[in-house]
Design a binder for this molecule. Structure first.
Ligand code: GLY
Length: 383
């Protein structure tokens, strides 16, 4: 059924990058959209991430998800341009490649085989010998053996993107509102609306874009609740001179992402720790150990910020997107490590689904893809 025939506003629950991107997309298509969140828009994992746009670097193994990530990467420049044009804030997209480093022969051989695999997928890469790597990234320790640059990947300033999307949404007439209590109201068959701090809001469609909290939205019938588990990531920032690090760079045990505001981000731990968002001594130690082992010169920089965020993990690592058994209730959650990357394609395909248009790209990510008996998976690794 199309959105028009269902009637009513679209309510997006969750004002992270995914929820805001969906709201922006739908508003640009002419829908009346309201976004609700318990907290400030653009925060949580959307604010905590490093904004890496790197499906190959992330080693996305599932082919359907990899294809979805690659589509989103392709859509990023146009998406950012539309957001900037609507809201006037530039989210600073940079797609000048991601650098991988090797510090011994075995790792160098692995990079060589990665380069071959990527070439078979028509992804441009360049192996960098020690001296070319130093001319690209002179800050690396003298013990580096070589590297690989994956072209076309990069990063966006996710905190700026959050602000840019809020501004773009507001320009397009989206109401972005905070509500400390939210409850979805449905009958046996379809959604009716949401209860907010300011009363009941009728809705023809509701999108659950609540990230790590997506399985905790009150009022959603059990058969439509996605199995989402928070996966904690701790990060820190060093104060570094501009262009000290030029590319987003992976070193063993950490990634480093430069910002143009004097921060060099170092991430990230990966841990099942419930909804605990505290920064731990172990997390900071692991990140600094990895960064300084690769580049002792970073040791003189000041740690300017530490923080943690919760990735929305799923049992099989795939997001949950599209319709649910309740008419008008849609999912856009479970993006795990790739929420910032997947914002444009999730916005486009979710808007299609809400409008009742075919959205074949999201079929592999349906709630019912493999029954409902989802085991939750423990994950504790670095990076
Ligand atoms: N996408 C990087 C991370 O989740 O740490």
């Amino acid at each position: 059924m199309s959105m028009d025939s269902r009637g009513g506003d679209v309510v997006v629950i969750g004002a992270g990058l995914i929820g805001l991107a969906i709201a922006f997309e739908l508003a640009e298509r002419g829908a009346t959209v309201r976004v609700y969140d318990r907290g400030e828009p653009g925060r949580a994992a959307s604010w905590a991430g490093a904004g890496m746009l790197a499906p190959y670097t992330e080693r996305v193994a599932n082919e359907a998800l990899l294809g979805f990530c690659v589509s989103s990467l392709r859509e990023y420049p146009r998406f950012v341009e539309r957001v900037r044009a609507a809201g006037g804030i530039d989210p600073r997209l940079c797609l000048d490649g991601v650098v991988h480093t090797a510090f011994n022969e075995a790792d160098l051989n692995r990079l060589q085989s990665d380069a071959q695999e990527l070439a078979a997928r028509n992804v441009a890469t360049e192996m960098l010998d020690r001296s070319s790597l130093f001319s690209t990234e002179p800050w690396l320790g003298s013990h580096v053996a070589g590297g690989l640059i994956v072209s076309g990947e990069g990063c966006v300033d996710n905190r700026r993107l959050g602000r840019a999307l809020v501004s773009a949404c507001q320009t397009r007439g989206v109401a972005v509102e905070r509500s400390s209590a939210l409850r979805v109201e449905c009958d046996e068959r379809r959604v009716l609306g949401v209860h907010t701090d300011l009363g009941f809001v009728a809705a023809g469609a509701i999108v659950n874009a609540c990230g790590a909290w997506a399985s905790h939205v009150p009022g959603i019938p059990a058969r439509c609740v996605p199995p989402i588990e928070p996966i904690k990531g701790e990060m820190l920032a060093l104060g570094a001179p501009d262009e000290f690090v030029r590319h987003a760079t992976w070193v063993p045990g950490a990634y480093l992402v430069p910002r143009d505001d004097g921060r060099l981000l170092v991430g990230a731990t990966v841990e099942s720790a419930g909804f605990d968002e505290r920064v731990t001594a172990r997390g900071v130690h692991e990140l600094l150990h990895a960064a300084l082992s690769a580049a002792p010169s970073l040791g003189s920089f000041v740690v300017t910020e530490t923080w943690a965020g919760l990735r929305p993990g799923t049992p099989d690592g795939l997001p949950f997107l599209g319709p649910t058994p309740i008419e008008g209730l849609f999912l856009a959650c479970g993006h795990y490590r790739n929420g910032i990357l997947l914002a444009p394609v999730t916005a486009r395909t979710t808007a299609d689904a809400v409008e009742g248009k075919p959205a074949p790209e999201i079929l592999p990510f349906s709630l019912t893809r493999a029954g409902t008996d989802w085991p939750l998976v423990e994950r504790t690794t670095r990076v």
